[in-house]
Design a binder for this molecule. Structure first.
Ligand code: IPE
Ligand code: IPE
Ligand code: MG
Length: 247
């Protein structure tokens, strides 16, 4: 249903965690040091989401296009994923976080794939926060794989059937989409699901994105009027909504 934002926190926050490389370069460190710092920033962000009662957090950790980076950075990121899982999953579990990896796993090593599956299994009974890590993910991949799935089952392609076949079918669409690092683009993130997300761009580099920056994004979100195609008068209840299609 169409609604104006209130004092409530967004139900689903999605983040393009950008700026790790620049954070490291500014400090004359190798780029991978920025990615390591990015993992710490992500742990802090998960804690902050738990404290604020946000139900779903989705982060972009590695895009379909990030394979085009130098091979040492790509292998460093794969290694960091495996190490971070080992380090973070026990505390995620203790805090009631249900972990999902969203993306094409086929190109990942057997060992990494097994680690992802185990982390998902180990946290599947949790329900305080659904935490989606988009890894080897691309919005175009997601749309294509959903269409392929429906075609192989002989199902009609409709908005609803597509919704159900998408890799993020287990959560509602993001209410708030944040991108750190100052770039004003989507970079193939949630192309289907972000149709009506409120966008917030922060100049902070991801390793510097702290609780105050998250609170600022939430505060800005609360000032937005979400109209979902309706007029402002309709949304605020000043005129009747006879023709309004339930969103
Ligand atoms: C985002 O930070 C993390 C990944 C894409 C893996 P970047 O590595 O893109 O950082 P910048 O944009 O080069 O600063
Ligand atoms: C987007 O950041 C992908 C992730 C944060 C994982 P990029 O740094 O890859 O985006 P572009 O290349 O600047 O668009
Ligand atoms: Mg970048």
């Amino acid at each position: 249903m169409a609604s104006t934002s209130s004092t409530a926190v967004p139900r689903h926050v999605a983040i393009v965690m950008d700026g790790n490389g620049r954070w490291a370069t500014k400090r004359f460190l190798p780029r991978i040091a920025g990615h390591k710092q990015g993992v710490d920033s992500l742990s802090r962000c998960v804690r902050a989401c738990l404290e604020r009662g946000i139900g779903v957090l989705t982060v972009f950790a590695f895009s379909s296009e990030n394979w085009n980076r130098p091979s040492d950075e790509v292998s460093g990121l794969m290694e960091l994923l495996a190490l971070s899982l080992a380090k973070e999953v026990p505390s995620l579990n203790e805090n009631g976080v249900q972990l999902h990896f969203v993306g094409d796993r086929q190109r990942l090593s057997d060992k990494v794939q097994a680690g992802l599956a185990k982390a998902e299994r180990d946290t599947s009974a949790n329900s305080r926060l659904v935490f989606n890590v988009c890894f080897n993910y691309g919005g175009r991949w997601d749309i294509a794989q959903a269409a392929q799935k429906l075609a192989s089952r002989g199902e009609a392609i409709t908005e609803l059937s597509m919704d159900r076949a998408m890799a993020m079918a287990h959560v509602p669409d993001p209410d708030l989409l944040i991108r750190t690092g100052g770039e004003l683009r989507i970079s193939n993130f949630l192309l289907w699901q972000a149709a009506y997300s409120e966008l917030h761009f922060s100049d902070k580099l991801w390793p510097e994105f702290d609780e105050a920056a998250l609170d600022e994004a939430i505060a800005v979100f609360r000032t937005r009027e979400r109209r979902f195609g309706q007029t402002s008068a309709q949304v605020s209840g000043q005129v009747n909504n006879d023709n309004a299609k339930a969103a």
